[in-house]
Write a new protein. Structure first.
Length: 595
């Protein structure tokens, strides 16, 4: 796209004369002139750029046409980050008298693509490289012949993901490929945003507008990335920490309570809380020693000077290494084995699985300066945990259910950055930095509606908030809980609470699956199939289904179980059952919070 300034198009004299003419023209005459210039292959924006903004912006649309064109922003998001970006784009456009229409992908009629001029797609990647539920139908449409010729369509893509996963931003890349297959024209390469995207989003939004042809946005006010935060970060006091597993369990799961009095935070059942952890000092020390640093070397980080030790403790991701980070590190080593590894996606993913920065540095002989290290590593993102409490029940507290991440690799102990931070290194009375993270894709229906709650392990957390909320509100809808873990004796998380709710009929039904208590492993999906007839009746009665837990296996197996239930009980074909489940997902009657 061309971004010439006024003097590159017209001389100062001609520009002055053109502006005098524009000032004298009526609204109708400006529209006609824009059409004439557009037909002549000229861009009316270049002439009207210095006219009063309310006139120029009212009459000249995106890409310089005389007809006001609306930039449509189609959003397919799971956690809500995409919707936050879209709202900031809309706010910026409004401040420049431009038209931006935000549409959830699940509400967009895909056949309208044939009549569109400019679209910005904002889409996250869900699961193992899959589109989120609200993007599935549009994604499938673009993968079929029905999409037809889209050569008239200009588009840009903002893809959201987490580079610690193998298929980073895969859905956005797949959208890009499918759109091009049908002839659509990208005005910019897709933006692949990692978890630290807030540091870059203001620049990206302005580039999107310029790339889509809105050259007068060059002078627009910048978007402050921090505005995307739902609330200010608050230092919450840790007031309770209780081990939930019994003696002899293979697991280590803690109930943690944080005091948020004075924060002004409000949250809903289904929301998460982001915890800003501090890295393990022992790992930081080992990395510094391995690189032959002292630790007090100063480096530039976000327009300030910090020591290498402070950088690694508080600001950089060191408990895992992502593919982009390893690619950047490869510039500081002459290792043919590393280049070969980078060219083999599957082998690379296996190498990085469970590896921390020390593992990678020990494998290859990197020649890194302190500043090289600072410039290469990914920012340390907060870790999000499903909130296990209802504010209607606990007031100014947030309860969490946290599974400790610990494992051996390369003959030494490894651990998760945040779980062990809260469990091992934060004592009762200490404070931790937190922020509420809304989750609009995991919401309770009205108190009169029935709900099916399916969770395994720490996936039980949001259901504790759901039941507390419904009891506090005297909800009349039925609640059916399915819970799975390894052993009944040691891993029945919050057992006494569930039994209390069940005794009062506040949990209408409860089924459990403890996989290791018998020779044949039994999981929650097996319990679902055992109760297929009753589950189908609940679905017919309008129940909403919730799934929380492991995304790689559990969530997929539960989906398959529901497809089978719809086939068995509803007389549908497999294809019809999958379409019905997709309909439930689109309408919010099948919601997932998986990790």
């Amino acid at each position: 796209m061309s971004h010439l300034n006024n003097t590159e198009v017209l001389s100062e004299v001609l520009l002055g004369e053109a502006n005098q003419l524009v000032q004298k023209l009526s609204k109708e005459q400006l529209i006609w002139l824009g059409g004439y210039l557009s037909g002549a292959g000229l861009n009316a924006l270049k002439i009207a750029a210095d006219t009063p903004k309310e006139i120029a912006n009212a009459e000249v649309g995106l890409n310089g046409s005389s007809k006001v064109q609306t930039l449509k922003v189609l959003v397919g998001s799971h956690s809500g980050n995409g919707k936050g970006i879209a709202k900031k784009i809309q706010a910026l456009a409004k401040s420049n008298n431009q038209k931006v229409e935000l549409i959830n992908m699940s509400d967009y009629k895909a056949r309208q693509l044939k009549s569109e001029d400019n679209i910005l797609f904002i889409v996250s990647t869900h699961g193992e490289g899959e589109p989120p539920a609200e993007a599935e139908e549009l994604f499938r449409f673009l993968g079929s012949k029905r999409a037809g010729d889209l050569s008239h369509l200009n588009y840009a893509i903002i893809a959201l993901g987490d580079s610690s996963y193998k298929l980073f931003c895969q859905t956005g890349l797949d959208f890009h490929e499918r759109l091009q297959t049908h002839g659509a024209k990208p005005v910019l390469e897709p933006y692949l945003l990692d978890v630290d995207f807030k540091e870059h989003i203001d620049r990206i939004i302005n580039e999107i507008f310029q790339g889509m042809g809105s050259s007068h946005v060059d002078k627009a006010p910048r978007v402050n990335a921090e505005v995307l935060a739902s609330k200010e970060i608050f230092r919450a006091e840790l007031v309770e920490k209780v081990l939930l597993n019994g003696r002899g369990s293979n697991k280590e799961t803690y109930h943690v309570e944080l005091d948020i009095e004075g924060s002004g935070f409000s949250y809903q059942p289904g929301d998460s809380i982001e915890v800003y952890a501090v890295n393990d000092e022992l790992l930081v020390t080992a990395i510094i020693k391995h690189l032959s640093f002292v630790g007090d070397e100063l480096v530039n980080y976000k327009e300030q000077k910090v020591s290498v030790k402070d950088l690694l403790l508080h600001h950089k991701e060191i408990t895992l290494v992502t593919m982009p980070v390893l690619t950047n590190l490869s510039a500081f080593v002459d290792e043919p084995d590393l280049n070969r590894l980078l060219d083999n996606r599957d082998e690379l993913a296996n190498f990085l699985e469970g590896s921390d920065l020390l593992d990678v540095l020990s494998e290859f002989a990197f020649n890194l300066s302190p500043q090289n290290l600072a410039d290469t590593l990914r920012s340390l993102p907060p870790r999000a945990y499903s909130i296990a409490s209802s504010q209607a029940e606990v007031g100014d507290e947030v309860h969490l259910t946290i599974g400790a991440v610990r494992y051996f690799k390369n003959s030494r102990q490894h651990q998760g950055v945040c779980s062990t931070f809260l469990i091992d290194r934060v004592a009762i009375g200490d404070k931790v930095a937190v922020k509420i993270k809304p989750n609009e894709g995991f919401r309770l229906p009205s108190d009169k509606k029935d709900i099916l709650l399916i969770g395994a392990g720490t996936g039980i957390a949001p259901y504790r908030s759901f039941i507390q909320e419904r009891v506090a509100n005297n909800g009349t809808g039925r609640n059916w809980l399915f819970f799975g873990d390894q052993h009944f004796e040691t891993d029945f998380l919050y057992q006494s609470e569930w039994l209390k709710y069940r005794s009062k009929n506040e949990i209408t039904r409860m089924d459990v699956a403890f996989s290791r208590d018998q020779d044949e492993k039994i999981y929650v999906q097996h319990r679902l199939l055992e109760k297929a007839d009753d589950i189908y009746q609940w679905l017919k009665d309008g129940a909403t289904v919730y799934v929380c837990g492991d995304r790689k296996k559990m969530a997929k197996d539960v989906q398959k179980a529901f497809v089978e239930i719809l086939v068995q009980q509803g007389g549908l074909s497999s294809e019809q059952a999958e379409k019905q489940l997709l309909k439930y997902r689109k309408t919010g009657r099948y919601q997932e919070d998986v990790y």
